[in-house]
Write a protein that binds this ligand. Structure first.
Ligand code: MET
Length: 505
């Protein structure tokens, strides 16, 4: 087994339907998981859903369902959508899994035994939407920020995790890790938030008010606060069939709305309290906007990925999301942009190159790629051989920057298409003395197609596989094999079939 790589995504609340934003995060994680596999690492990709809390309980009630039945139904919806998008997770988290519940209870007991929990009456305000206590300090210009939804006064005894004890520790941990958060401006945002003194974190909810949660092991009158329960999924599910924990994660992928405080403050503090290491890196992505506005269940403007999946196919939707979003920023989704990317990048650049290469091999050499002879390579072939900037490709994907990584792959595809135009195999085919020249061109084309197939794998796994199979390759691709090394023996290729059908706008 080679080097290991453990990556996680946020786990989505099941009280809504999966929208494009969820689909993006899972696709981003998938592309990075596939990239790591392409580098030869053994990867554990963890993703799933968050099933407890008030909102889930309310949504279930509204439909007249038991929360568990509602969760079963919703989880299946998320899972099957991820399967359609070819999300290659290794384990699918559901926080109602008995294994997770037991793990959460034992973590809580551990904190209790170590005097890191305090029981006290708290009087203050409660945000129904965020399911947490808020304080006067959270008001902005005298008003509660919109993300809190309705805020009501509340007085209630609860268990508090002594978060404030860990403030200095997490601040210095984060300060000592300059690359901990991608992109960097988010790290500054977190460090600024950590300048303020931390409030203790209420980790319980009385059962009288909320029944749907994990009961505290030492007081069955209370259930666990949903965020505390959810964050622990990353360690409770960190086992990947080998009996060992893969924690710490090499990469945790989350949206910008759950860095402060959930993953940037609570999570490191919980890990410190449990004596566990921090994740190696956090990647914080922006949002897909619908005509400039955040997609959300409450505003009813969420974009459903399904119609796009149906119209363009999973490959095109994946490609679009990975290519169009500049890492860390927000991006605007539109049907026109998707169509444009589809036509230009997939149909014209990639599809066309694959099709013309394979059909010329079929037409001129009856589907056999001529064996490569070094001495036949001219300047054009040498340039083509070095046209893939693997260093730039790797450094982009290592940073989670799929958009730059794919633009490197597409620069290569562009160069490959220009090579065909310049080498003009059709001309060589007409002249009987150009047999060797034509052999060299066709061998270079097949080899270029193979290298392209390898480089697109993280974003376009199906197309990559189709192309490799057409080239007679059934092994799992590796990036170490992406350099120019055409076989010296002739070999047969499959009949070309279009990868991306034309779609009328
Ligand atoms: N369920 C949360 C959300 O959707 C994420 C939890 S990640 C531990 O925002």
């Amino acid at each position: 087994m080679g080097e290991r790589f453990f990556l996680t995504t946020a786990i989505d609340y099941v009280n809504g339907s999966p929208h494009l934003g969820h689909a993006y995060e899972k696709t981003l994680a998938d592309a990075l998981a596939r990239y790591q596999r392409l580098c030869g690492r053994s990867v554990f990709f963890l993703s799933g859903v968050d099933e407890h809390g008030q909102k889930v309980q309310q949504s279930a009630r509204a439909l007249g369902l038991e929360p568990q039945d509602f969760c079963d139904r919703q989880s299946a919806l998320f899972r099957s959508l991820w399967e359609r998008l070819d999300i290659s997770f290794d384990r699918f988290v559901r926080t109602t899994d008995p294994l997770h519940k037991e793990a959460v209870r034992s973590f809580l007991q551990n904190l209790k035994d170590r005097d890191l929990l305090r029981f006290e009456e708290h009087e203050g305000f409660y945000s129904l939407r965020q399911e947490q206590f808020v304080t006067e300090k959270d008001r902005v210009e005298g008003r509660w920020p919109e993300i809190f939804g309705e805020v009501v006064p509340m007085r209630e005894p609860n268990y508090f995790f002594l978060l404030s004890r860990f403030g200095d520790r997490i601040r210095s941990e984060i300060e000592s890790r300059p690359d901990w958060i991608i992109p960097e401006f988010r790290r500054n945002e977190l460090l600024a938030a950590l300048q303020r003194p931390l409030q203790e974190l209420c980790i319980s909810r009385p059962r009288s008010r909320l029944a749907w949660g994990i009961p505290l092991p030492f007081d069955e009158q209370y259930v666990t606060y949903v965020w505390f329960d959810a964050l622990l999924n990353y360690v409770s599910f960190a086992e990947n069939g080998d009996g060992q924990s893969w924690w710490p994660a090499d990469l945790q992928i989350i949206g910008k709305d759950i860095l402060v405080p959930a993953h940037g403050v609570y999570w490191p503090a919980i890990l410190c309290a449990l004596g566990l290491p921090l994740p190696r890196r956090l990647l914080v992505h922006g949002w897909w906007l619908n005509r400039g506005a955040k997609m959300s269940k409450s505003t009813g403007n969420a974009i459903d990925p399904l119609p796009y999946l149906e119209r363009y196919g999973s490959e095109a939707l994946r490609y679009f999301l990975l290519r169009e979003m500049t890492l860390g920023n927000d991006a605007d989704f539109s049907d026109e942009k998707l169509l444009r990317r589809y036509q230009s990048d997939l149909v014209n650049d990639l599809g066309n190159f694959a099709h013309r290469s394979l059909s010329m091999i079929a037409r001129y050499r009856e589907g056999r790629v001529p064996g490569w002879i070094d001495s036949q390579a001219g300047q054009a072939e040498k340039e083509l051989a070095s046209a893939f900037d693997e260093v730039a490709y790797r450094s982009a994907f290592d940073q989670g920057d799929t958009s730059t990584g794919l633009s490197v792959a597409w620069a290569f595809i562009g160069q490959a298409n220009r090579y065909v135009d310049q080498a003009a195999p059709w001309r060589a085919a007409r002249s009987p003395d150009s047999k060797e020249r034509l052999d060299a061109i066709l061998a270079a084309l097949a080899e270029t197609l193979r290298r392209i197939a390898v480089s697109i794998e993280p974003a376009l796994p199906r197309s990559s596989r189709k192309l490799l199979l057409q080239l007679g390759i059934s092994e799992r691709p590796l990036l170490s094999g992406a350099s120019f090394a055409p076989p010296r023996e002739s070999y047969p290729v499959g009949v070309p079939e279009p990868l991306f059908p034309r779609i009328e706008g």
